[in-house]
Write a protein that binds this ligand. Sequence first.
Ligand code: HEM
Length: 282
Amino acid sequence: MLSTATTPMAVSVASTKRAKQFLHWSVSAWVLIALIGQWFFASYVFVMYVFPIATGNPDLVNLTQPIIGYVKGDTFGNAALFSHVIPAALLSVGGIIQLLPIVRRKFPAVHRWNGRMFLTLGLLGALSGLYLTWVRGARLSDLGSLGISINGVLIIVAVVFAWRYATAKQFDLHMRWAIHAFLLVNGVWFFRLYLMAWYVANQGPNGNTSTIDGPMDIFLSFACYGIPMLIAECVFWAKRQKQASKIWTITVLTSTCTLITLLGVVAAIFMMWIPPISAVLF
Ligand code: HEM
């Protein structure tokens, strides 16, 4: 007679459990790589924007070769720029902390306050970004600005829902919307990663233009939040599945994305962030 441990049912339960474990590991690996990439981005923003402003040298901000950047005498435009870029450092440090289960479990107050900070600054980032693009005119092309503008509108929607479900104590829905808010707020970060990974894979630009309206630029300007959101939905779906093969399929997908993120993070660190940081500090 077969023992319970070896019945087909027990084998299927064990293989589903193993598949979910691997899915969990691959998502955790992504979070770890994202944490490194996000904190590097935060360091870049700190050195290139927060430091010059804090030390009273706002014109140094223009070392980043911005689209418009700091303009002497344009008080309102500069205020919009600074209220856009300074919170980006806090968003990049704080956002990823929200994804760490240990913080949610052991320090719920940190999760709550950090969450409020993230959602408020994310909203401010979206509104100031839309203002900079369409009112101040900081855009390289209309077509190339569409993806990021829709990103901005979706941030507002996701923040409102994430907040609403948190206050209504509907935590499953809160988590789902908060993750989408996190991914949307980080659309600009994903864009840099995907662009750098694309440059590395092609040994330079391919379908890209200096005004960010080449076919690949336009694809990436939507993909930078569309793909992460789609994958998040795949992970939510996989977690509800009982059939191991379905969970493995998503695990392969998330592992591939984790590798692409790793490539993008390494490329962005060395090609985008270390050179300007070194130019300012050394
Ligand atoms: C909340 C999420 C966002 C964050 C964290 C963020 C972060 C940043 C950062 C760090 C920069 C400086 C770029 C660099 O030096 O490489 C920047 C610039 C800029 N962002 Fe955003 N951004 C966000 C959303 C948006 C949105 C939704 C838009 C447009 C609809 C936008 C429009 C701009 C523009 C136009 C600039 C350039 C300003 C200039 O060069 O004069 N951003 N953003």
